[in-house]
Design a binder for this molecule. Structure first.
Ligand code: BDR
Ligand code: CA
Length: 344
């Protein structure tokens, strides 16, 4: 299935960022705001790392302290079918940003539309132009598909952080958190016909980011936005370092969501395999992203026919190059205004 406009438009790539901020979501947002090749048109929030209400507040807060006015919408609050879970406060903090000690008041207000409606409106207004980068559970996108079945042709492409093929899962031996949080929505997205790229644990678990990098970024800018990011990553790094000895060695964390944007700006840093991906929606393997890597076999099991669209799956990554790109982007001059002393 072809997108309406597969030609490259001049200037930065227009992006809708679908997110559940979340520490690595915040890192990814700031990468996107800092990178000259990305134009963030809107932030659509979902439940996941926090409740959807907290996710929307965090998106407003993060953009406002970075001096940016970008539409933010509130999206789905629960999975399509399975019951919702309590957010993982031990990973991202109860507030999603590592339990910030204080917050500046936020003046900006939410866009009144639902996240799904915003995605549909934007895609209709700029057919074939917009890239959707989705780094949370996929309920907003699957609801948008329900509202507009032509969405796979109206969006330029979808890049999602989620899933895993060869690397073990992070919420079960086989499931990655974003997919596990709403497996029914995820299976709809993988089978809808988007030009789709999956940036999953196969690559995100290769890119470990030291907390010291975020300390250096905060020191370079001396700005509330990078102070908040440094604080949040500190909490996140404590969690990952308590879990994985190799991460503890550099006191760091996985970059997860930021890798979706690094794929957008630097696809050459990733090795991709193309195949049909389905999601296990029930049972012990719930949330598993299963990739058919033997398309030449006519399997007895139904559900793997040629009608299942192809997904580009990132299986390898140049981790040092990703770290360098992240550092260069966040160290650049992307924040207006600075302050003389730390607020956190
Ligand atoms: C994904 O789950 C969330 O906790 C992170 O923000 C990321 O999107 C990693 O499995
Ligand atoms: Ca996320």
């Amino acid at each position: 299935m072809k997108n309406l406009a597969d030609m490259s438009t001049p200037g930065p790539t227009p992006v809708i960022y679908d997110t559940d901020p979340g520490v690595d979501d915040a890192m990814a947002l700031y990468y996107a705001l800092a990178h000259p090749a990305i134009d963030v048109l809107g932030i659509t929030t979902t439940f996941g790392n926090v409740t959807v209400k907290q996710a929307a507040l965090n998106a407003l807060y993060l953009t406002e302290i970075a001096g940016r006015r970008i539409p933010v919408t509130e999206g789905v609050a629960t999975p399509w079918v399975k019951p919702g879970e309590a957010p993982p406060g031990h990973i991202h903090g109860d507030d999603g940003l590592g339990n910030l000690p204080a917050r500046q008041p936020v003046a900006s207000r939410l866009d009144p539309r639902s996240s799904a409606q915003f995605i549909v409106d934007m895609a209709r207004s700029r057919p074939g132009e917009i890239t959707l980068v989705a780094v949370g559970p996929l309920g907003n996108l699957s609801l948008a598909l329900k509202l507009e079945p032509e969405l796979p042709r109206l969006l330029r492409e979808v890049i999602l952080m989620g899933g895993t093929v060869l690397e073990p899962g992070n919420v079960s031996p086989v499931a990655e958190a974003n997919i596990w949080n709403d497996p029914h929505a995820a299976d709809k997205v993988f089978t809808a016909g988007f030009k789709l790229t999956m940036v999953g644990l196969d690559v995100t678990h290769r890119v470990i980011l030291p907390l010291s990098l975020f300390a250096a970024i905060a020191e370079r800018h001396r700005h509330p936005a990078t102070d908040v990011l440094h604080h949040a990553v500190g909490f996140y790094a404590n969690f990952y370092s308590s879990l994985y000895p190799h991460v503890a060695q550099i006191h760091g964390c996985f970059g997860h969501d930021v890798l979706a944007f690094i794929y957008l700006t630097h696809p050459g840093l990733f090795k991709i395999e193309v195949g049909r991906v389905r999601v296990a929606t029930e049972g012990l393997a719930q949330g598993q992203t299963m990739m058919n890597r033997k398309d030449f076999i006519d399997f007895a099991q139904k559900g793997w026919g040629q009608d299942v669209p192809l997904t580009q799956v990132c299986l390898q990554v140049d981790a040092p190059a990703c770290r360098a790109v992240l550092e260069e982007t966040l160290m650049a001059d992307w924040l207006r205004g600075s302050r003389p002393a730390r607020v956190l």
